[in-house]
Write a protein that binds this ligand. Structure first.
Ligand code: ADP
Ligand code: MG
Length: 306
């Protein structure tokens, strides 16, 4: 396999539920070794897309291929090299967590290994308890342990950490990075932006059944503004008039503002910084845009804030 090999290829994918168009037009791909973050608000179409990839739902239009094969026609052979963790994990209540882990592994032609035991320890799961006593978080752990101890080429996680505490979230991230280091490919659907920001090579933002942007985080960062906190010797109100400066707010609201926060469009950073010197800088702090900022920008697009 070469690095540019496409593990997943989705083109103009469409799905209707009755008259409702859940997926209007979804196009993106994932290359071998990539962690792809699939992000969007609730109801955007993330799980619908994933259910089509798994062969659970049949698309109304477009195409989706995993390992170069059609997801509907070749579901059985694709599943031999696939591991999947849903957001809502339903399990047989009368089996223990350990029994279900082993059952999942068997169904995937895998074995309970030393790695399975290691994962049970890492995720701090008591595998001897009946699943009926498990919290949502514990049920997710069962599915995650089974998936992480499965030797697959492509891992699909659909909001897998919504019931996990921060410590377990960290264990999840550690294991995703482990897979990534082994050259595995991963589709991670999430609305936890810090999770996506830390792990993903590329991101696709979905909203109302459409992909509105794909690219690396760096590709997208140019779209948003850097936040500055600036303190100067000279009053700096006039700064707010400069091209590319937005959201100018004095830190202390008194006459002759010497400290303020503001944001700057990436393409204007250079010209704005050149002019700051004249105000006699005491301190300056800048924060690059986060994924959250990017996401909010798309989310608020209708308000025409830009
Ligand atoms: N089986 C279904 N029947 C009708 N509508 C559905 C069905 N599954 C999902 N939807 C609708 O499709 C849209 C996308 O849902 P979903 O893919 O679950 O979103 P996400 O996973 O991004 O939160 C939502 O409006 C949801 O209500
Ligand atoms: Mg979902």
């Amino acid at each position: 396999m070469t690095m540019s090999e496409k593990i997943l290829e989705i083109k103009n994918l469409q799905k209707k539920f009755g008259k409702f168009e859940a997926l209007k037009n979804i196009t993106f791909d994932i290359k071998k070794g990539e962690v792809f973050g699939f992000i969007g608000p609730n109801g955007a179409g993330k799980s619908t897309t994933i259910r089509i990839l798994l062969g659970i739902l049949h698309a109304n239009g477009g195409s989706a291929k995993i390992f170069g094969k059609d997801v509907w026609q070749s579901a059985v052979s694709i599943h031999k090299r696939l591991a999947y963790v849903p957001g809502d994990v339903y399990l047989w209540p009368n089996l223990t967590g350990g029994e279900i882990i082993d059952l999942f592994l068997k169904l995937n032609q895998q074995r309970h290994s030393a790695r399975t035991d290691e994962l049970i320890k890492q995720f701090d799961l008591d595998p001897t308890k009946k699943v009926r006593t498990y919290s949502k978080g514990n049920r997710q752990k069962v599915a995650l342990i089974a998936a992480f101890s499965t030797a697959a080429d492509f891992y699909i996680f659909d909001e897998p950490t919504s019931g996990l505490d921060p410590l377990m979230e960290e264990i999840f991230q550690k294991n995703v990075m482990h897979l990534k280091n082994e050259g595995k490919s991963i589709l991670l659907s999430s609305h936890i932006l810090s999770e996506v920001e830390k792990m993903c090579d590329r991101i696709g933002i979905i909203r109302q059944g459409k992909i509105i942007e794909t690219g690396s985080l760096d590709d997208m960062r140019h779209l948003t503004r850097t936040v500055f906190v600036l303190e100067t010797q000279k009053p700096l109100e006039s700064l707010s008039q400069l091209e590319g400066v937005y959201n100018f707010k004095p830190v202390l609201d008194k006459e002759g503002v010497n400290k303020a926060t503001f944001t700057v469009d990436s393409e204007n950073i250079n010209s704005v910084l050149e002019k700051l010197v004249a105000y006699k800088i005491i301190s300056i702090q800048s924060t690059p845009p986060t994924l959250e900022d990017l996401f909010m920008r798309y989310y608020n697009q209708k308000e025409g804030s830009r």
